[in-house]
Design a protein. Structure first.
Length: 421
């Protein structure tokens, strides 16, 4: 008998019919002789709708009440799903995050899991029941308050439970057939990946691939949880995200995928004196705002002026805060001016085989050149190359790059549902 954790996303639970369909699938897994723990997201776009509602009653909702509101979404799904399973004659019990023993720190809206003690979940399984757990939420021991783990947090809930219960696999059910070489909504010729290492998946998630959230991948990597990302609309095998043990040889594809991120902006600090300590000063300041910066480029200063420009990317949502902090420090830092650009797109090419293959960047840049797309920034890691282009050229960029690396499939990928919101 195996223990399987299954997570169903909002698009797989969009309405009553979908909930009944998912219930059937869960019952089949149970009847095949497995213990089953199910983690649910809120139905459809519920979380976004609750956020819109909050904004209408108060422009700035406080973390505590917002978390209280948002966690309601997952409670609706868990209770309905438990009812649907029971009506199929199988025992099911639903639990909120706190009932399932997920304690977190006190950071509302982006809490981190500090301990997982799924005592009641284990007891439900021992009693022969299917346990249903509300994703994306926990509670803080200190304050006694309900917290949320940040957008897409249900993936993390599922992985954390899989680790704590020592599950055989954590299945992430979604509206596409697995992880693709590019977003199939943008690149119809995207190809499903059968197997990918968690290292590559981390790079893809960090670069904006939305199918799995980065914190869930990190957690799975740290705790050795195998993920299986698959569609809830069919029985096809999806994508396995594996953690090769040290020394284990895995066949590495040169390129595993292309990810795109349109949520970032670029700040350029113009006219920074080219003397030791200026970058330290600027980025210490930026770090103090808690912004997550990504690419950094400094141009060579000209001998005539002795001034350099430093550009970096960061989430648009952090833009105003960082600009203000920099502006306030203008006299100490001694730069000339600031430029803010939120019309950028970031494309990242990821593949573990890049480590041992020359010419990957040349091929990438050539493909973009042939499509007439200008590159504004470049950064690389061992297994990733990222470039920044204009936002309105990014979809074209990902299509030509996908094609240039021979990733295009013969058949077009199928998106089963969801709005991709
Ligand atoms: N419902 C939450 C969200 O939409 C959590 C999740 O779906 O994982 O972000
Ligand atoms: Mg959701």
């Amino acid at each position: 008998m195996g223990l399987i954790v299954q997570k169903y996303g909002g698009s797989s639970l969009a309405d009553a019919e979908s909930i009944k369909r998912v219930a059937k699938r869960i019952v089949e897994t149970r009847k095949a002789g497995n213990e089953v723990v199910v983690v649910v997201s809120a139905m459809g776009d519920t979380t976004d709708e609750l956020l819109d509602l909050a904004e209408q009653v108060a422009p700035i909702a406080t973390g505590r009440e917002l978390d209280m509101l948002l966690t309601a979404g997952e409670r609706i799904s868990m209770a309905l799903l438990a009812m649907a399973i029971k009506s199929l004659g199988q025992e099911a019990r639903s639990y909120t995050g706190s009932q399932a023993g997920l304690s977190t720190d006190a950071r509302h809206g982006s809490a981190r899991i500090v301990e997982v003690a799924p005592i009641r979940v284990r007891a439900a399984l021992d009693a022969g029941a299917i346990a249903i757990v509300a994703g994306f939420q926990g509670f803080n021991r200190g304050t006694g308050d309900i917290t949320t783990l940040g957008r897409g947090g249900s993936d993390t809930t599922a992985v954390a439970l899989a680790a704590a219960l020592d599950a055989d696999v954590c299945e992430i059910y979604t509206d596409v057939d697995g992880i693709f070489t590019a977003d199939p909504r943008v690149v119809p010729a995207a190809r499903k990946i059968d197997r990918i290492t968690s290292e590559e998946m981390l790079e893809l998630a960090a670069a904006g691939a939305k199918v799995l959230y980065i914190r869930a991948v990190e957690y799975a990597r740290r705790h050795g949880v195998t993920l299986h990302v698959r569609s809830s609309f069919n029985n096809n095998e999806g994508t396995l995200v594996v953690n090769p043990k040290e020394g284990e040889i895995v066949e590495e594809s040169i390129i595993s995928g292309v990810a795109v991120d349109l949520s970032e902006a670029k700040i350029t600090v113009v006219g920074v004196p080219d003397v030791p300590g200026k970058a330290a000063q600027i980025f210490t300041l930026v770090a103090s705002t808690d912004a997550n910066i990504d690419m950094i480029v400094q141009n060579v200063s000209t001998a005539a002026t002795g001034l350099a420009d430093i550009s970096f990317t960061l989430p648009k949502s952090d833009g105003a805060r960082v600009l203000k902090a920099l502006e306030d420090s203008k006299d100490q830092t001694g730069f000339h001016s600031l430029q803010y650009d939120d019309q950028i797109g970031k494309l990242a090419l990821v593949g573990a085989g890049m480590r041992t293959n020359a010419g990957v960047s040349a091929r990438l840049f050539t493909a973009l050149f042939e499509a007439g797309i200008n590159i504004e920034m470049i950064s690389t890691s061992e297994i990733r190359i990222s470039v920044v282009t204009r936002a309105d050229t990014i979809n074209e960029a990902v299509r030509v790059v996908h094609s240039a690396f021979g990733l295009d499939a013969e058949d077009l990928a199928k998106v089963h549902g969801g709005t991709g919101r």
